[in-house]
Design a protein around this ligand. Structure first.
Ligand code: SF4
Length: 261
């Protein structure tokens, strides 16, 4: 794992960044800071013992194909445009993807799909995202994960989900230009609804159900859902490139101001 401020390109934290050690610490540290400081505090969080142990074990043992590479081995902050119209919300980083590269959705097949689609939509400078300093840039988009550490089997526990939630809540509050949240998968859809309800926004009744292309207006946001670009979904054809392209086109339409008659 890479210690804060030890030279990882773009590391938002340094040795003085305060570290959350439990759920109360997350709630305290998620409040009262700007976006850069929030990224820094997220990136050193140690509030979930099981996830801390897992992310660091993976970063030490490594996958054979990445044996010579350094691993980030820390939580993954949001990444992209600090003044986005679109927030792309995923589940959690992959053990050998974001947990290795230090950038959300970077270094695994899901991320390859997502960044290629963002590029086709004119929202990413490059069709690939490989590592910090690769020249990738998002225009009008910020990508975040509902749970910021890689979980074993991609399954955070309910406690871990709830412990991490204040980071997402604080991040959404620091993105006043955001209008649309694209939820990749049912976990992200539920996390967004839960988060926005907790922030005092009225959630439609009956509660909007996840489905590819589903939308819901909640507070200042419109949610739009997509199947997650997981290998399971993309290999089986459950999610195709045109389907993902259509979701980005729909997100743009949702964010566009109404045309005056
Ligand atoms: S999952 Fe979230 S709350 Fe838990 S250690 Fe990682 S960043 Fe902290």
């Amino acid at each position: 794992m890479t210690a804060a401020g030890r030279g990882w390109p773009g590391d938002p934290a340094d040795a003085t960044t305060p570290v959350a050690l439990d759920a109360a610490g997350v709630r305290t540290l998620a409040a009262g800071c700007d976006l850069h400081e929030l990224d820094a505090r997220v990136s050193v969080c140690r509030a979930c013992p099981r996830l801390v142990a897992w992310r660091e074990q993976v970063a030490t043992e490594k996958r054979a194909s990445f044996a010579t590479e350094p691993y980030w081995g820390r939580p993954i902050p949001g990444w992209g445009d600090p003044q986005p119209w679109l927030v792309v919300l995923g589940l959690a980083p992959a053990a050998h993807g974001g947990n290795r590269t230090g950038r959300v959705f970077t270094g695994d097949r899901s991320g390859d799909w997502l960044f290629a689609a963002l590029h086709r939509a004119g929202l990413a400078a490059l069709p690939t995202s490989v590592h910090a300093g690769d020249g990738q840039r998002l225009d009008g988009v910020r990508i975040v994960a509902a749970v910021r550490c890689a979980p074993p089997d991609n399954r955070p526990t309910t406690d871990e989900r709830d412990t991490c939630a204040p980071w997402l809540a604080a991040e959404l509050a620091l993105l006043p230009t955001a209008r649309v949240i694209l939820c990749l998968g049912g976990f992200a859809w539920d996390a967004a609804l839960r988060q926005l309800a907790a922030a005092g926004n009225a959630v439609p009744r009956p509660r909007p159900r996840f489905g590819h292309g589903a939308t819901a207006d909640v507070g200042p946001f419109t949610l739009i859902a997509s199947f997650h670009p997981s290998q399971q979904n993309t290999f089986t054809g459950r999610l195709t490139e045109p389907m993902l392209d259509d979701v980005f086109a729909a997100a743009k339409d949702l964010a566009a101001p109404p045309v005056q008659a």
